[in-house]
Design a protein around this ligand. Sequence first.
Ligand code: ATP
Length: 937
Amino acid sequence: MGFPALLKWMFSSDSGLYLATKIAVLSSKVLMSGGGSVADADDAAGAEVARYNTPEVSLQRKRNEDSIMRDDGDDDEEQPPILTCSFFLDHVGEVFLTLKPDGLSWKLMDSLCNDHEDRSTCLGIPILSKHDTSINISDVYAVEFIDWGLVHETFLTNPGFLLGHASEMYRFTVHGVTRSKSQSSLWAPVVFTFGHVDKQMCQMWVNKINSLLSLETDRPKNLLVYINPGSGKGNGCRTWESVAPIFSQAKVKTKVIVTERAGHAFDAMASITNLDLNLYDGIIAVGGDGFFNEILNGVLLTRHRAPYPPSPPDDDPTVETESDVLLHDPTVTIVDSTVSNDDESPLLKTSKLDEAQAISLNQGSEMSFPNERFRFGLIPSGSTDAIVICTTGVRDPMTSALQIILGKRVCLDIVQVVRWAKSHTSKIEPHVRYAASFAGYGFYGDVITESEKYRWMGPKRYDYAGTKVFLRHRSYEAKVAYMKAESEKTNVGANARRIKAFWGLSKESERITCRAKCDICNTTSVAPQIEKPDPKQKSNWVSVKGRFLSIGAAVISCRNEKAPDGLVADAHLSDGFLHLVLIKDCPRAFYLWHLTQLARKGGTPLNFDFVEHHKTTTFTFTSSGEESVWNVDGEILKAQKLSAQVFRGLISLFASGPETHFIEFIQDQLLPSTMSTPAQYYNSLPPVAKTYATICFVTSLGCYLQLYSPNILALYYVDVLKHFQIWRLITNFIFIGSFSFTFAFRLFIILKYGVQLERGPFDKRTADYVWMFFFGAFSLLPIAAIPFLWSHFMGASLVFMIVYVWSRELPNTRINIQGLVELKGFYLPWAMLAIDLVIGNPLMPSLLGIAVGHLYYFLTVLYPLAGGNDICKTPFWVHKLVRRWGQGYQINSPVKQEASTGGAFQGRSYRVGGTSTARDPSNLGVFSGRGRRLAGR
Ligand SMILES: Nc1ncnc2c1ncn2[C@@H]1O[C@H](COP(=O)(O)OP(=O)(O)OP(=O)(O)O)[C@@H](O)[C@H]1O
């Protein structure tokens, strides 16, 4: 809005100034006037409520009383409102609130905007979303009465800026969940604070909402939480601390145990009685896939009773033993210490249950699997976190925590892996393990063995070990027999088939990936739909013998940051199938090609002659000659003879399913989806990158139109010091060149890499992102004082700093340089430097950008990770600035909510655990410090 228009608007009767004055008058009346007592106010609040017995407030109360239990009339008749009333919504204004059985909705009161006008604007100024705002009860996890305090009324989206005003009243907060606009799988907490002068009114709403919440019976009330402090980069405890407040807000009781050694959680799970375990609604693992596997085995090994996997008639591993050992009876075969001595897995080394213990477990209440009630949960903190990515769509601890609290549920297939080995009595005895994601032999086993030697490296150990094992290029002689399964089509739901027919998908491109409420996974209840072929018939088995580089059995797609589509892109969470991937011996270059396809989004790693992919329910494996080891969910299992079978939906997980593809988040989703108009594209940009790009563009446009000369913007210290031309300290950063190819390229960097950074690693961290720019500018200014490093404009270096930080934050993102070379994101600055060199651009600005970018990354990420202090923490004034700016959102903002909106999540998302009066300082501690997304990248 132009300045004249602003003036006109300020003094118009509908203006914000008018409104602010009105609110101020109302507030002053509210604060100063006395009056008679209110009949329904309780004693404690009586005096305060009495002060509010002004004509305006009486009118409001009258209106509210009239409206309670009144049918809205214009809404759908099937859902009559339970309550309606006008409230003040913090940072929005007076709203008409409606509670229905399925949720809360509100509309701005007519006083803010005439009814006939578009509610999204008032005199052309956007004030709220076009749509009425609402939250479903299924998305609400807590509601609390928070007594007396400030409620901000804001006309514009910039709270506190120009027109914001606050009044004191009774308040209640509704805590719920909101989905990120750019990535629906990413969830964040959101808080709505409603205020009213009548305490009883607030309490009545709280009670009503609470009674609706009590109908959500699938939500957990009591959880057992195990934390692996050493998972991933060693931040298991910090990950839990970041989500713990929402568990207490949701009144979910948690018993938290931090493990002291590998195998601790397994032992605890294996020895806890069913009676004790049944006290909990589920068990949560805070760690990686390996830790989850440990807990899974602890629970299932002692409780899951099922026949061992079948074998081909001529290859039955049990033939040398009594024929009645065909059932896995947890009380008989738990862990055989005689055959596990040589096992590398710490879980097996430490876990021995004697028979008495095992039998005592069964004396408790019955607990069998599949189990309708008991669920597992996983809060990601590991190095790979494939299970979380496949079941929630993102690798985000907060999303996982919210899905746990809201009681989301998906069923998960589990593979039972049985190693057959001779015991000291020379009998062949079974040794059972369970896996939720993957069991792999050869390359996969070797990588995990090798990587364990370099655990100190953190997640990087997989890259190093992978390269070493790849260069070794070992193959192993083995025989694999798998049972022929009916084609996937027998299991495809009608809807899925219709969709496929509609899009005319060819056989080769048939890929129905698993999503939330997946058609394929939900075809039936727990039992597999497939008609099981008779395992005793030899013709139902297929044998493959030869030398294999690797053998993999995937239960789920195993998507992760290194393999964005996973090994088997169309594997499902609960379709009752295993995907057997046999990679026969081949030249190293071919294998590299397969691995490259695996690492590519949309790659076809299974589309090679030397790769066999079979869907099956069970298979056996026998090695001959030199042996590798099995990698079972990232844990080592030595087995010369092994059989495996899948159990459909054996366990339930607190997760809602992968709503969108993870790859879209890691790579292309970081960019806005295709916009139909330039305006839509521009509006979709996140605030910081948008503002910087706009300022740079306008600055260059001004020069182009000869409104001023670039000279007036340049950094001349002499002019700054002698003539106090202070603006030069700022303007030199906003001129990134006259309109030219170089200018376009720099603008492109801001709009591509700057936007990706803001939507990815700096998502919900607007203040941190703004600080990155300030840090860059503050570091470049003294550098520019050194004569041979000085340049007129340091904007180019600041832009290049974006490239460098991007390359560090998203090092595994694949980038394509003009269709010529494909590189990892890590190398982007150096590739750009090479391009600068070739086309003759000066290298100094880019080198300075790299230096400053590295300094920033070192001080904010590397040094704190290595145990150092976070000396480059985003200063308080930046948080304040961002709050006042009113754009974006900082999840751990230390600024109290005097003025808070969040752009990313509907403008009213607050720090978890916070309230507008910060009543509970203990909550603040959890969120103090750097707001990096834990384990996220
Ligand atoms: N307190 C502990 N000290 C040492 N090791 C532990 C402890 N608690 C659990 N472990 C073991 O650490 C191993 C790895 O843990 P986890 O899976 O959490 O991390 P990760 O290997 O980094 O992640 P991912 O499995 O996703 O690659 C597991 O095998 C688990 O048994």
